[in-house]
Design a protein around this ligand. Structure first.
Ligand code: ADP
Ligand code: MG
Length: 352
């Protein structure tokens, strides 16, 4: 068979190619579907004043988590935050969680208890009730599927689609910490004899294992109509800005020197002689919010940042689509920003 006549595989079209393909079979025939496939969550109108936000996420042992370096409680916490973050990105209030799981029969009951303790902490912090799920045996590792439901007034919903040319691009917190934390955890699990811990390690490991969903910020941006568009940084800045620009049909210029990096991430990457910006661009699971606002609202974002005591940094500007997605480097040169984020089906794991 010639390469051209060979049937496409998931490796050739990638994760997002597959989703685009499947989307053709998922037409939204119902007027109450405000947002179907293509955003952080679906938005479904339930009345004139309220809409349901629904999002579901899979987490697979050996793909999304690894008990070699994280506990069942860590996994529960981290996976729950990943779900809550999708509601935060839409400006909504998370309310209910359902957990389906397939578990190898040999797993200890105490470990499953710890998993649920992990779910409980972020759920309690955000007033979320775990209201159901499903359980099955698994022949290979733990499979988790979490479905989260939330609410948002339809007029306030934040999506990836509304970015306008001239908008300023903001991000909360710092980027790249989670990837750095994951690398440290993986390295320590591999080399069982611990080196003297570096002062930045605890912080970075915690940023990976116990991320913070930015619920209050998403709600404020939505209820005050501050942001034109938003997405959570779950796939790495380079991938998530692509999603936002594609949905909004715009281009962007990001400024490398403005991308917020923690001193700990800078110290860690310096020890490896790596560029911390690459960690921000390619590292997933930071669960910070990336949003765009009209320039006249910049002082309001400054006030919000102060009142919620959360760093919010302007990292670039939305441009016309013809500009493409470009990263301005120190010294004034700029380069095309390729997606460096994780793709489940690519051979390298990286999207290009
Ligand atoms: P996130 O990273 O924010 O959880 P994903 O990248 O997993 O979002 O998904 C992107 C979009 O594609 C979402 O709107 C999601 O609901 C949709 N999607 C993903 N997988 C499927 C599938 N198998 N069938 C239908 N829709 C899907
Ligand atoms: Mg998301």
């Amino acid at each position: 068979m010639t390469p051209a006549s060979r049937p496409a595989t998931l490796q050739t079209i990638g994760e997002f190619g597959l989703i685009r393909e499947l989307q053709k079979y998922c037409q939204t025939l119902h007027a109450d579907v405000i947002q179907g496939i293509g955003d952080d969550a679906a938005i479904l109108r339930t009345s004139n004043t309220q809409a349901l936000i629904a999002s579901t996420d899979l987490a697979i042992e050996g793909v999304h988590f690894d008990f070699a370096f994280e506990s069942f409680k860590d996994v529960g916490h981290r996976i729950a935050v990943a779900n809550i973050s999708d509601i935060a990105a839409m400006g909504g209030t998370p309310k209910f969680l359902l957990v389906a799981m397939a578990v190898p029969p040999s797993y200890a009951v105490k470990d499953l208890r710890a998993l649920y303790q992990g779910f409980k902490k972020p759920c309690q912090a955000h007033g979320i009730s775990l209201v159901g799920g499903d359980t099955s045996a698994s022949k290979a590792g733990l499979f988790l599927s979490l479905t989260i439901l939330g609410e948002v007034p339809p007029k306030q919903v934040l999506t990836r689609q509304g970015a306008k040319v001239g908008d300023k691009v903001y991000v909360t917190g710092t980027l790249g910490d989670s990837k750095a934390g994951l690398q440290i955890l993986q390295r320590q699990a591999k080399h069982k004899t611990p080196k003297a811990p570096q002062p930045y390690e605890m912080f970075l490991k915690k940023r990976h294992l116990r991320p913070t969903p930015r619920v209050a910020i998403g709600q404020h941006l939505a209820s005050h109509h501050l942001a034109h568009s938003a997405i959570d940084v779950s796939d790495g800045l380079s991938g998530d800005i692509h999603h936002l620009c594609e949905a909004s049909q715009v281009g962007v210029e990001l400024w490398a020197s403005h991308i917020p990096l923690s001193s700990q991430c800078q110290a860690y990457t310096a020890s490896l002689r790596h560029n911390p910006i690459d960690f921000a661009l390619a590292g997933g699971e930071d669960y910070e919010l990336l949003f765009t606002i009209a320039p006249r609202h910049q002082s309001k974002v400054f006030d919000l940042s102060k009142s919620l005591r959360t760093q919010m940094t302007c990292i670039g500007e939305i441009k016309p689509k013809s500009h493409g997605l470009r990263l301005k480097l120190e010294g004034g040169t700029s380069r095309n920003m390729t997606r460096q984020s994780y793709d489940h089906f690519s051979v390298t794991g990286i999207q290009s």
